[in-house]
Design a protein around this ligand. Structure first.
Ligand code: AMP
Ligand code: ZN
Length: 468
């Protein structure tokens, strides 16, 4: 039996115990990138929340099937391709490739499916046909619209009161604000110079919202467990997805809706004009490590705004380093006889707290605090006479679980070759310092520095790592 998890469902506005439609199996849909540009760290915050959700569910014993769409046709991609005079496919391929490179760098696990909107046109057309058969659509000037007055549940996700809506007022844009609650476009009549498909709905192309309903139901079934995105997706995108899907099937579309809060930069909205707009590439070019960026982006629980600061990024890098240093120290310190100075209960308490934090609506901050408490106890035990073989294996397994769920543990194994020699030099330097032979101690430090080894004298002894 998988472990229980509680999640905040936007639809009911409550934290609920999650129950999948099929026991032990989770089907989830995550709104993916619009591939017209490099993704920014705000988008990545949302993708990392989804990655931690997926990893947590797997670690808790669920079998996860995740779909993430690639929006390769909408107002923005069409405009971008036209501006550069290339085909839509050439234009979007470039950003699809960049997207995968970015999520790989951040250790995001791959979803099972990455459908492209342009490869599911027939499904989208079929969905509009079903909506028309049930009286939810009308045609105006060659475009097909969803008549929201025919769907009494409209507004249930975002909490909108739709009584005020002017019947028959329409909106053609893919993105719009709540002030524009109107009949929205399902299929747009072709415009000169825009990509178009010749279908039973006439020559045209799908509106943005349609793809997620059509691809979600095609790959996960008409009703599935989880749908995620960031808070800006709640209206109109997800509200429209519900109307399109439930309007067509008469069945509940999604059971649990989860939305990540936004990332802001130094307390302000991230905007190109404000000069505080960052892609992953921007941060890597400044010398920040992908693991530190990942650590920072997963460290704040997803329903809180994440205030990105460079101080925060430095603190995250220190957090990653602390994990690596402790793992190294653990590996390089001979095992104590018997239990040693760390009781087995320390590992058990950690695992209970770590899993309990994640089961509590993915409280990653609490989970990370538990990790650091464990590291402190491990370092104290190493100072106080060492850790027994079996418990050391338990600590290593616990940190492997941390890595499986949060993906923030640096690899110390690949450093293997030559470690014993470096350990010996570090030990020799310590002995020299104890003997007040500072000349010899400094010479050893100099030699290690030349070999790219950074020494750090901590209250818990000397630790070392290879400079990045
Ligand atoms: P887009 O490519 O614009 O469709 O966005 C991809 C995902 O990133 C969507 O789920 C958006 O809601 C989300 N997103 C956009 N801006 C931010 C932000 N500043 N913080 C967090 N998520 C965001
Ligand atoms: Zn979507």
């Amino acid at each position: 039996m998988p472990r229980e998890i509680r999640l905040f469902n936007t639809l009911t506005r409550r934290v609920e115990t999650f129950r999948p439609l099929e026991p032990g199996r989770v089907r989830m849909y995550t709104c993916g990138p619009t591939v017209y540009n490099f993704v920014h760290i705000g988008n990545l915050r949302t993708f990392l929340f989804e990655d931690v959700l997926r990893r947590t569910l797997a670690a808790f014993g669920y079998r996860v099937t995740q779909v993430m769409n690639l929006t390769d046709i909408d107002d923005k991609t069409i405009k971008g391709a036209a501006a550069e005079g290339v085909t839509l496919r050439e234009f979007t391929d470039r950003y699809v490739e960049a997207f995968f490179a970015d999520i790989d760098a951040l250790r995001v696990q791959r979803a099972e499916h990455y459908p492209r909107a342009t490869e599911f046109i027939a499904h989208q057309v079929a969905l509009v046909r079903r909506l028309s058969e049930r009286g939810h659509t009308y045609v105006q000037d060659g475009s097909t619209y969803f008549r929201i007055a025919t769907f009494p549940g409209y507004g249930k996700l975002s909490g909108l009161d739709v009584n005020e809506v002017k019947a028959g007022a329409r909106v053609d844009a893919d993105e719009y604000e709540k002030e524009d609650v109107r009949d929205f476009v399902l299929w747009k009549a072709a415009k000169p110079g825009e990509p178009a498909w010749d279908t039973e709905l006439g020559l045209g192309r799908p509106g943005w919202h349609l793809e997620c309903s059509a691809m979600g139901m095609a790959l996960l079934g008409e009703s599935f467990d989880i749908h995620t995105g960031a808070v800006d997706n709640i209206f109109p995108h997800h509200e429209n997805e519900i109307a399109q899907s439930e309007g067509a099937t008469g069945r509940p579309f999604v059971h649990t809706w989860l939305h990540a809060e936004h990332l802001v930069v130094e307390g302000q909205k991230m905007a190109k004009s404000a000069g505080n707009f960052f892609t992953l590439r921007d941060l890597l070019a400044k010398g920040h490590s992908p693991l530190a960026i990942r650590y920072l982006l997963v460290s704040v629980p997803y329903r809180q705004k994440l205030n990105f600061t460079f101080d925060g990024l430095h603190a995250a890098a220190a957090g990653v380093e602390r994990i690596g240093n402790t793992l190294r120290r653990l590996a390089h310190t001979p095992a104590a006889a018997g239990e040693g100075a760390l009781p087995a209960a320390a590992v058990e308490e950690f695992l209970a707290e770590f899993d309990g934090a994640l089961a509590d609506d993915l409280n990653t901050a609490r989970a990370l605090a538990a990790v650091h408490t464990l590291l402190t106890r491990v370092n104290q035990a190493l100072d106080a006479g060492g850790i027994g073989e079996r418990i050391r294996a338990g600590v290593e397994a616990a940190l492997a679980r941390v890595d499986a769920v949060l993906g923030i543990v640096p690899s110390v194994e690949s450093e293997g070759a030559g470690d014993a020699e470096i350990d010996a030099l570090v030990a020799e330097r310590n002995a020299a310092r104890k003997a007040r032979d500072f000349g010899r101690a400094d010479a050893i430090r100099g030699e290690l520095t030349a070999r790219g080894i950074v020494l750090e004298d901590t209250p818990h002894g000397t630790v070392w790592h290879r400079s990045a």
